[in-house]
Design a protein around this ligand. Structure first.
Ligand SMILES: [Fe+2]
Length: 465
């Protein structure tokens, strides 16, 4: 139970997680002793905080993939308590690549909750999403991006303008090659059945090598620009498409090429035109952006990245900015957004900021997970002015993505709370929803859940007050 002072209106946190299918799954949904963490069927979690009471609900997404697995009684069992937590980025890869398989793409939307036109959807990286009821967690509708725009998938990390206009990215494949597309979804709803109606491709970008496009999990957005990072994590489409025949795994078609530079594409959100200047940097790999903003003629892009292609295991935070004076080509340099001491915490991922007030704007704080499984994971708050950080960490406890929620009428950027679902493999410890004071990073309360919750990816907060 959390302290009463935390009942800031009505608060709901939803986290998409993953879990393997157990043989008794069809008998009980949601309240099970889930003991396995792995890449499995999408499971949604909902914490409702109201009048200092916290209620928890979870539900497997009734995707077609889920139904088929149940029908076939296909049981996937993983190791328990090894602390070899599923590498989230590896799972992202597999989802992203699934679109290349010669089979129907999965609708097991297990990466994130996203909002279009005021409705909640669960999303993965294929062309399918599910519109869900945030109260009951029931799937209301399976939605196919490709019915609205010519894309074969979309990221689970769209960006939003203050008016609700959404931006996303997805690939399309034509003329024996791939294109990166930026998609805009209007905020208005024309009818109750409206889903992605009115979505338009804002810009299509040809990869440097159409047969070997880059993998991307997300993208950046400032007030006036979409920033797409074409990184040297490449996908060999021929190898991927023929891998099944050759008996090779999908991952064999993905490669890191340290000799290729990273290219930053800047697309004007108003005109849909790409900036003619080529912005590039040395090879880096990235999954999540922290923020992007325009300041004093510069575009600042803050991202979690690695310079050795090992973004999956080795997260670093770097700040890339434009430098140099060339007209047509600009080599970008970076500034670390942290001191050397962050390395003791294994780097940082799942970044969150005060998105509502500071996305696309200069900001001071970001929050994230430090991954250091052997000594325990941590929650981290970084102060970009001092480059000092605060840490929450306890033995045998593994935090999920920290979600920042501003206090009502907050004036300071970090006036609010951090919510994170904390899991543990230790049997005499409990899973719980942790509430931290975002300013001090002191614990304000925790709401223990009498079941094990699998390790999740991303969460969102919604206030219905
Ligand atoms: Fe992600």
């Amino acid at each position: 139970m959390v302290q009463e002072s935390l009942s800031l209106g009505i608060s709901i946190v939803e986290v998409v997680g993953n879990i393997d299918i157990h043989d008794n799954l069809s008998q009980k949904i949601g309240i099970l002793n889930y003991n396995h963490w792995f890449d499995g069927m999408a499971m949604m979690h909902r914490f409702q905080i109201e009048d200092s009471q916290v209620t928890y609900r979870s539900r497997f997404l009734r995707s077609d993939s889920y139904k088929q697995n149940i029908e076939r009684n296909r049981i996937m069992v993983s190791e328990f308590g090894t602390l070899a937590l599923p590498d989230p980025c590896k799972n992202f890869f597999q989802r992203f690549l699934s679109r290349f398989e010669m089979i129907k793409p999965t609708d097991n939307a297990s990466v994130n909750f996203v909002k279009f036109k005021g409705d909640y959807y669960v999303s993965t990286e294929t062309n399918y999403m599910h519109r869900v009821d945030p109260d009951t967690l029931e799937s209301k509708q399976k939605v196919d991006w490709s019915k609205f725009v010519a894309v074969n998938g979309a990221t689970a990390h769209p960006h939003f303008d203050p008016d609700g206009t959404a931006y996303n990215m997805g690939n399309s494949y034509r003329n024996k090659g791939a294109f990166y597309n930026i998609v805009r979804v209007p905020p208005e709803r024309d009818s109750p059945e409206d889903t992605l109606e009115g979505a338009k491709i804002l810009c299509s970008i040809a990869p440097r090598d159409k047969s070997k496009p880059s993998y991307y999990h997300s993208f950046g957005m400032s007030e006036n620009y979409v920033v797409f990072i074409e990184q040297p994590i490449k996908m060999d489409l021929l190898k991927i498409v023929t891998g099944r025949i050759r008996g090779k795994s999908l991952n064999e078609g993905v490669f890191w090429d340290p000799n290729q530079e990273t290219v930053f594409h800047l697309i004007d959100k108003q005109t849909g035109k790409e900036m003619p200047v080529k912005y590039y940097a040395k090879a880096l790999s990235t999954f999540h952006q922290i923020n992007a903003f325009e300041q004093d003629g510069f575009l600042m892009l803050d991202i979690c990245c690695s310079d050795d292609g090992q973004a999956i295991n080795n997260f670093l935070i770097q700040n890339l900015r434009q430098s140099g004076e060339a007209l047509d080509e600009v080599f970008c340099t970076f500034e670390d957004l942290h001191g050397e001491d962050l390395k003791d915490y294994g780097g940082l991922e799942f970044p969150h900021i005060n998105y509502a007030k500071y996305n696309t704007k200069p900001y001071r704080y970001y929050y994230g997970c430090g991954f250091r499984h052997l000594v325990g994971d941590s929650l981290i708050k970084m102060d970009l002015e001092s480059k000092k950080f605060k840490v929450w960490r306890q033995p045998d406890l593994y935090p999920s993505e920290p979600v920042f929620i501003p206090s009502p009428n907050a004036e300071e950027e970090d006036d609010g709370v951090i919510l994170s679902v904390i899991i543990t493999p230790v049997k005499d410890k409990s899973t719980f929803l942790l509430v931290l004071d975002a300013k001090t990073f002191e614990e304000l309360g925790r709401a223990e859940v009498p079941v094990n919750i699998p390790y999740g990816f991303h969460g969102v907060f919604n206030s219905s007050a």
